[in-house]
Design a protein around this ligand. Structure first.
Ligand code: G6P
Length: 462
């Protein structure tokens, strides 16, 4: 019996994996490695632990790598047909489940669950099945498999049927919708999502608030959690890595560049996000505009350095949002800029070293999402900032539970309130700012990624 099982003792499954491939002009494949909690987690259990990461081939480069049999030890990339992936990822995961959990619909017109939605849902099921089958094939008897996020909600239930011997976990990196909002989903789909997840032995969430929302949905839709356990694991920043990485030469170089762009003696308000609808970048810019309009004493004395990396650009609504971010940033610069002062420095290109340079220079970090599972930027900037920074933080970010006490807290929809908060944060006395920043950094690094992962592993193994 055991001989038909695979060899992996610890498996993780996620849509986006730790490596991606690009086809170079000469036809060669170039591998790009990513970071994040799971990467640190799996490296913490050591190379001989029989760990396997099952992920999806995402672009042409990844598909080519699978076709050529190029890959990394410990990673299995699934090449599901591109149209199935597009339906599951763009159609269902990012346009439906992400919208539900972040409450992003403009409800007079959206959502409309029509025949096209049902067609895409069938792809989402097929996509989830491909993961469940790969995990079932690779897992050793009694192994632990931890499935990640809203892309793969059906996997735990499917895997349970294929391999009842496994210990199965699922972790949500997003918020969870309140019951009334979750029930926008067609009843049978809402039920399928919850039953899929409840196939796990244990479900993890980033905060108590999201865990409670999930429990409430289960009570309302499927009559409770069954035997499934719920755990809260508030992923923190990787302090050791960040402190070291932010003092490397490329970051120092970019600090010099940024300092020149900001100008002598000015305060810096920093934000770093994907260009993501839930991050609320536009209202952040409007609040900054309100600060300059309502409190002219800050003109020429402050610069807003805003990073908005391209994200999910296959979706029209993300492309439009990116264009709106650019439009509003330009409008603020036109309205208030002077020959020696550019009020907003907008960065649309993904440049990790430059964002770390901005972290180091930050006087104020602006983190104002309309809803966010955690938000690691809020935890990272206080660790890295050279002078200690003030944090303007949305009460709708998961990080609020841990950082709220030392942040200047905002309602993310209240642009005037956010302008007031920016003013208060800029005006914090240096001593108080440094003390708060130190406490924020301590709270934000309390559960570094490796421990976050090991905690879940231990809990699953009992
Ligand atoms: C969120 C999700 C992740 C996702 C990331 C980037 O943090 O929880 O699962 O990987 O966004 O989004 P993307 O669509 O580019 O993978």
């Amino acid at each position: 019996m055991a001989s038909s099982f695979g060899a992996a003792q610890v498996l993780v499954a996620s849509n986006r994996g730790p490596v991606s491939y690009e086809v170079r002009e000469d036809g060669s494949l170039h591998a790009k490695r990513g970071g994040g909690g799971l990467v640190s987690g799996l490296s913490a259990i050591g190379p001989d632990a029989g760990a396997l990461w099952v992920c999806s081939a995402l672009g042409d480069g990844d598909r080519e790598a699978v076709r050529r049999g190029v890959g990394e030890d410990g990673v299995r990339m699934l090449d599901v047909p591109a149209d199935v992936h597009a339906d599951a990822y763009n159609g269902i995961a990012n346009s439906v489940l992400w919208f539900v959990h972040h409450m992003l619909y403009q409800t007079p017109l959206e959502p409309v669950f029509d025949a096209e939605f049902r067609r895409q849902w069938a792809s989402y099921e097929a996509y989830n099945r491909a993961f469940a089958e790969a995990l079932a094939e690779e897992a050793a008897e009694g192994a632990v498999a931890i499935v990640q996020d809203y892309h793969l909600t059906l996997v735990p239930g499917m895997l349970r049927e294929l391999r009842p011997d496994l210990r199965i976990g699922h972790f949500s990196h997003t918020p969870w919708a309140p019951v009334d909002y979750f029930r926008l989903l067609p009843d049978d789909i809402a039920e399928q999502v919850l039953r899929g997840m409840l196939g796990a032995d244990r479900l993890g969430f980033l905060t108590r608030r999201w865990a409670d929302a999930f429990t409430a949905c289960c009570d309302a839709v499927v009559g409770g959690l069954g035997g499934t356990e719920i755990g809260v694991h508030g992923l923190g920043a990787d302090g050791d890595f960040l402190r070291k990485r932010s003092h490397e030469a490329d970051v120092e170089e970019r600090m010099a560049e940024l300092r020149a762009e900001i100008g002598e003696g000015r305060r810096t308000i920093v934000r770093v996000d994907r260009t993501e609808l839930s991050k609320n970048i536009v209202r952040g810019l409007l609040a900054y505009r309100e600060l300059l309009a309502g409190r002219p004493e800050w003109r020429e004395r402050v610069v807003h350095v805003a990073f908005a990396y391209p994200s999910r650009q296959d979706l029209a609504v993300y492309r439009e949002y990116t264009a709106e971010v650019e439009r509003v940033a330009n409008a603020v610069n036109e309205e208030f800029g002077t020959p020696g002062w550019t009020p907003v420095v907008l960065n649309l290109k993904d440049d990790f070293a430059r964002s770390l340079a901005a972290y180091r220079l930050a006087d104020v970090a602006l983190v104002n999402p309309v809803r966010d599972g955690m938000n690691l930027v809020a935890k990272e900037v206080p660790v890295v900032s050279d002078q200690g920074c003030a944090l303007v933080l949305s009460r709708e970010a998961g990080a609020y539970e841990e950082l709220g006490a030392d942040a200047v807290v905002v309602n993310p929809y209240d642009v005037v309130g956010t302008a007031d908060a920016l003013h208060a944060a800029l005006g914090l006395p240096a001593g108080e700012r440094a003390e708060r920043s130190e406490r924020l950094a301590a709270a934000g690094t309390a559960l570094p990624p490796a421990r976050w992962f090991l905690e879940q592993l231990d809990a699953l193994r009992g």
